[in-house]
Ligand binder design. Structure first.
Ligand SMILES: Cc1cc2nc3c(=O)[nH]c(=O)nc-3n(C[C@H](O)[C@H](O)[C@H](O)COP(=O)(O)OP(=O)(O)OC[C@H]3O[C@@H](n4cnc5c(N)ncnc54)[C@H](O)[C@@H]3O)c2cc1C
Length: 370
């Protein structure tokens, strides 16, 4: 018998959820991340859980299940850790700053299957009332269950709760090799262990795993800038307009993010800063006049061709799995998607075709690439 049911490579948003879902099903998990070895590792200050996407405001894939699953897990983490600094359940406001956006948003509210009680249309004066200083707008909608998540606290707390509960964590570089019926794991200090499954949850680093390079997961760089405001802001919700504007402290705004498809490194750049400041100027014109930049961060997201995550088994080895390509919706997708892969592995349930690795293999076969 193997030492572990699964070795999960990557302890970011998806790896933690994967470990959690398997652990909840009574499985022994080894979670590996040499780049987040520190239990108090720094991370993004804030990110948004917004069930709607893009200029059309359409709901994301299985938004109700995804959001509910994420919320229930983060509530549990807060309770188990006793921490109240993992997230703010203060909603998300999407102001329409053009007439076209207002039309799109109204259409979304009319035609999309918004769950009962999730969303409310607000007229421009109502938006100004809850968000003083906001740019001229044509109304917009308020998503009540939208969240602002303090990602560094969330990741570190999630990992602590998992390891306290029995998940093993290793911060050592580790390789895997398949031998007959399971994987031999060898870390940089020469320690070995075996695992029945390997699950790669390495986000934008996934193409660096030879087994998964052929999936063609794209790397998209993104930057955020943090500003101190001269006065406390009288609202707590997140703003989704030309990206997002989030609050962590009463006198701080976190403005994100850029989408950079061609880049050489993950350094912060002045060009991105100018674009981020431009967004702030457009959405909060008055406030932007008296802000001070206090930080800037860059990261990379992994995305698949149909903009949905990729989960499932490797075409040549069904014990080698992946859960990756979460794009810019990693938080909302994480827990429900991990539960789908965990159910598939443990109970044999189907993975929806639009998420399965097989959808990509089919395309590659058709093109004669595999
Ligand atoms: C600027 C920016 C803003 C964003 N804003 C939002 C937002 O508001 N809301 C939202 O939901 N999402 C947002 N995202 C997207 C979100 O960050 C991603 O969807 C999410 O991080 C994906 O999680 P992941 O665990 O798959 O990948 P990652 O977070 O990249 O984690 C992968 C982990 O794998 C580890 N790893 C890499 N190689 C190995 C290896 N060989 N062995 C072991 N471990 C390894 C890495 O150290 C890392 O910890 C944003 C992204 C960016 C860049």
């Amino acid at each position: 018998m193997s030492d572990y049911y699964a070795a999960v490579f990557g302890a970011g948003i998806s790896g933690l959820s994967m470990a959690n879902q398997l652990h909840q099903r009574g499985k022994k998990v080894l979670l590996i991340d040499p780049f987040r070895a520190d239990p108090e590792a720094p991370g993004p200050p804030a990110a948004m859980v917004n069930p709607s996407a893009g200029r059309k405001g359409n709901l994301v894939w299985e938004s109700e299940k995804c959001l509910n699953e994420f919320r229930s897990n983060i509530d549990k983490l807060s309770e188990q850790s006793g921490r109240s600094d993992l997230f703010n359940a203060t909603g998300v406001l999407r102001p329409a700053i053009t007439e076209e956006l207002a039309e799109n948003f109204k259409k979304s509210l009319d035609e999309q299957p918004w769950p009962e009680g999730w969303v409310e249309w607000l007229e421009p004066n109502e938006i100004e009332e809850i968000n003083p200083g906001i740019a001229e707008n044509y109304g917009g909608y308020f998503i009540k269950p939208g969240l602002t998540v303090f990602v560094d606290n969330y990741l570190n707390t999630f990992r602590k709760v998992l390891t306290d509960g029995g998940v093993t964590f290793s911060g050592l570089k580790t390789t895997y090799e398949f031998h007959e019926s399971d994987f031999l794991l060898t870390d940089e200090e020469g320690n070995t262990a075996t695992a029945e499954h390997v699950i790669v949850c390495a986000g934008a680093d996934t193409p660096g795993f030879d087994d998964w390079a052929e999936l063609g997961i794209q790397r998209v760089k993104g930057q955020v800038a943090i500003f101190e405001t001269d006065k406390e802001l009288p609202w707590k919700h997140g703003l989704s307009a030309l990206g997002y504007i989030l609050r962590r402290k009463p006198n701080e705004v976190i403005v994100g993010s850029t989408y950079e498809h061609h880049f050489e490194d993950v350094d912060i750049t002045d060009e991105a800063y100018n674009r981020l400041f431009g967004k702030l100027e457009k959405i909060l014109p008055e406030i932007s006049k008296s802000v001070k930049k206090t930080g800037q961060l860059a990261g990379v997201r992994g995305t698949a061709p149909n903009h949905l995550p990729v989960l499932g088994r490797h075409r040549n080895n069904p014990q080698l799995c992946i859960f990756s390509a979460m794009g810019s919706k990693g938080l909302i997708y994480s827990e429900y998607m991990a539960s789908i892969l965990a159910d598939h592995l443990v109970s044999g349930s189907e993975i929806p075709d639009e998420l399965d690795t097989e959808r990509i293999y089919r395309r590659l076969r058709k093109k004669g690439k595999i």
